[in-house]
Structure formats: structure tokens, C-alpha cells
Design a protein around this ligand. Structure first.
Ligand code: BV8
Ligand code: ZN
Length: 256
């Protein structure tokens, strides 16, 4: 029976680990003011769930409503700053690289760029990015009509820009429900999970698959699982340490 306080024991487990994966979800960005997927939508989209809107069917049915939502989210992310949790991960990864004490890989379900803007290692983005629109017809990368969208609080419908190659409508560069994840992202995440000896899960409800199966893959490969989350998730039963708290408060104490 481990009698040390959980935070101290978790810090020791991290110090002893050679290869660490930090697996993050929407809760990682909550303290930056970016709504999580569990939060109810607001404004123009209040009558929808994120799961219903983040689908090819919703975009086909009403491209202006869906494109407007993603531009509103992109504006929110641009206006947001990385929080102390993103900063702690970035500092931790840099320190371990400098000490040569083993690699840190960030695997995120998030489509924002806050890990990168905090100076952390380029994250593996399982669900794509708000900042990489592509043509819905030919797949060519596209350009935003507004480099810096300033969206009114309640949001607005916006016609998606057209592809310069074929004239098709641009779509967000994210993975929608019912779409497969990118082979490259999945392979990078899967290899990192198989090679790690500790996986730290931060701010994920562990509900969305196949991403939610990745930490269990690490466990099967012999890794220890730690979790940072103020709420309860399916990872509670799998975690050696469950640190009940928010990313911006727990991660600086855990990693720095
Ligand atoms: C696929 C991009 C097949 C878009 C996203 C039934 C059972 C199992 C699976 C399914 C099922 N029915 C359907 C499915 C499949 C479906 C799925 O998993 N559905 C779920 C909802 C049941 N999955 C798919 O459709 C996937 N594709 O299966 O395709 C296929 C295969 C091959 C070829 C063709 C087709 C695609 C899934 C990807 C969907 N896209 N994002 C966009 O962003 O608009 S997922 C979306 O949810 C976000 O990326 C988000 O990150 C992700 C998961 O949510 P979380 O990150 O966990 O966030 P959430 O809000 O849920 O929770 C927040 C957590 O943070 C909470 O625990 C909270 O307590 C905590 N928290 C809050 N504040 C803080 C905090 N923690 C720390 N600090 C805080 N301050
Ligand atoms: Zn095109």
C-alpha cells in the first residue's frame, strides 16, 4: 500500500519513467476559455450538440451553419492563450530533452494549437486541426477567407470559401464523427503508446473512439496510467494515480 500523498507518488513515477506519452482532451484547453465537447453549445448553435454538428451530414445539409461554427471556434482559439497546464507540459518536455532523461510525446484529441503555442513539442493531432482547411471535393489544402476571423458572440452563418483548384467548398481540416482518423496520426500515436512506460491522460472524458482505446493499448504494453481530471471517467479504474483537479493547477505541481 503506497502511503505517500498521491501527487508525490505520481511525481516519483514520472521521474522513473523513460518514455512518456501525454494524452490530452478538450479539458486541457478549458482554462484557456475554449469550451469542451461536453459543454453545451451557445448562440446560433445552441439547439445542436457538438456531436451532431461535427459530421459530414451536417455540413452537407447546411455548410454555412457548420462553417460558421468552425470559424467561431477558430476565432475563440486565436483569442485564447495557452494555460499553465500547456506551459507545464512544454517546460517538462524541454527539460527532459535537455537532461536526456527520455522522450515526451504529446498525443491530443484537440483541434486547437495551444500545445504548440505554449512551445511544447509538436503534438500528434488525432482529430485534425481548426487551422488546416481543405477542399471537400478534391482534398486540396485551402485558404481561409478571413485570416483573422472576428466572430460576434452569438456567431453567424458563413459561406465556406471555394477551392482554387476545383471550385469545391472548403471544409474544416478536422475528423468528423463517422470519418476515419488519418493513417499517419494513428500510426504515430499507436507507436508512441506501444513504446512508452507511462501515459498521462489529461482532460478527456474517454468517450470518443478509437482515440479512447489508445491509453489502454499503452497499459497492455506494460505502461503505468496516470490521470488528471476534476471529474470521473472510464480511466478511473485503469489509473495507478487519479489526480482529481484541473490541468492548469495540477500539471505545474506534477511536472515542474
Ligand atoms: C469513426 C474533431 C469509423 C471535430 C472529434 C458507440 C460506441 C463507441 C464508438 C462509437 C459509438 N457510436 C459511434 C462511435 C464512433 C464515434 C464515437 O466515438 N462516438 C462517441 C461520441 C460515442 N467515433 C467516430 O465517429 C470516429 N470515427 O469511428 O469512424 C470509421 C473508421 C474507418 C473509416 C471510416 C470510418 C471519429 C471520432 C472523432 C470525432 N471528432 N473532434 C471537432 O472538434 O469539431 S472528437 C471531439 O471529442 C474532440 O476532438 C474532443 O477532444 C473529443 C473527445 O472529447 P474529450 O476531448 O474527451 O472532451 P470532452 O468534452 O468529452 O471531455 C472533457 C473532459 O475534460 C471531461 O472529462 C471533463 O471532466 C474534463 N475537464 C473539464 N475541465 C477540465 C477538465 N480536465 C482538466 N482540466 C480542466 N480544467
Ligand atoms: Zn478542390
Amino acid at each position: 500500500m503506497d502511503t505517500r500523498p498521491p501527487l508525490a507518488a505520481a511525481r516519483d513515477a514520472i521521474a522513473a519513467a523513460r518514455r512518456i506519452v501525454i494524452f490530452t482532451g478538450a479539458g486541457m484547453s478549458a482554462e484557456s476559455g475554449v469550451p469542451t465537447f461536453r459543454d453545451a453549445l451557445t448562440g446560433l448553435w445552441a439547439r445542436f450538440s457538438a456531436e451532431a454538428l461535427a459530421t459530414p451530414e451536417a455540413f452537407a445539409r447546411d455548410p454555412e451553419l457548420v462553417w460558421g461554427w468552425y470559424e467561431w471556434r477558430r476565432a475563440r482559439v486565436r483569442a485564447a492563450q495557452p494555460n499553465a497546464g500547456h506551459g507545464a507540459i512544454a517546460e517538462f518536455a524541454a527539460r527532459r530533452a535537455a537532461e536526456g532523461s527520455g522522450g515526451v510525446t504529446v498525443v491530443t484529441q484537440n483541434v486547437d494549437d495551444l500545445h504548440e503555442r505554449a512551445g511544447g513539442p509538436a503534438a500528434v493531432h488525432l482529430h485534425g486541426s481548426l487551422f488546416a482547411p481543405r477542399c471537400s471535393a478534391c482534398g486540396a489544402p485551402g485558404e481561409f477567407a478571413l485570416a483573422d476571423p472576428v466572430e460576434p458572440e452569438g456567431g453567424r452563418r458563413l459561406a465556406p470559401p471555394r477551392c482554387e483548384q476545383c471550385g469545391g467548398a472548403l471544409r474544416p481540416g478536422v475528423v468528423w464523427f463517422g470519418e476515419g482518423l488519418s493513417e499517419a496520426a494513428w500510426r504515430a500515436a499507436s507507436q508512441a503508446m506501444d513504446a512508452c512506460d507511462l501515459v498521462l491522460c489529461v482532460g478527456t472524458s474517454a468517450l470518443v473512439h478509437p482515440a479512447a482505446a489508445l491509453p489502454e493499448q499503452a497499459l497492455r504494453a506494460g505502461a503505468t496510467l496516470l490521470q488528471v481530471n476534476p471529474g470521473h471517467t472510464a480511466f478511473d479504474a485503469l489509473a495507478r494515480f487519479n489526480l482529481k483537479g484541473s490541468a492548469a493547477t495540477v500539471l505545474p505541481a506534477l511536472l515542474c
